[in-house]
Ligand binder design. Sequence first.
Ligand code: HEC
Length: 123
Amino acid sequence: MFVKSRKWIGMSSTIAVLAGQFLIMHVSVAAGSSVIEEGKAIAFDRKKGNCLACHMITGGNLPGNIAPPLIAMKGRYTNKEDLRKQIWDPTIANPESSMPPFGKHEVLTKAELDKVVEFIWSL
Ligand code: HEC
């Protein structure tokens, strides 16, 4: 009887560990997609990124067309860091750019900009 119950304790703790691992996996997957969602909200917010004033972005209403559509970004940039640089300060690539330097001029906080980069990179 004693042996039996110890076995049961051993088994139930294994189940608990497995359940815990499943939860951790599940939560981290959800966090990844929510960062993209948050980045999208910031990019579309007229008082934040307001990227739609100039760019067409899938899912955004009434986009402007004075800038290239933001699609297939992984085909335009070989790495996320270069994309980040463009959003941080577009005048590096084009000194005459009409795009606001979102990072350099602190239009967005670093955390907000990182989320926008994750969203744009996902396009
Ligand atoms: C006032 C207009 C304007 C706004 C607002 C704007 N951009 Fe731009 N963006 C441009 C223009 C114009 C270009 C084309 C390159 C240049 O002139 O610098 C550009 C280029 C880009 C590029 C390079 C695209 C490519 O294929 O070369 C990216 C990426 C980009 N913008 C992202 C963003 C993001 C993200 C936002 C919002 C946080 C944003 N832009 C807001 C005007 C704008």
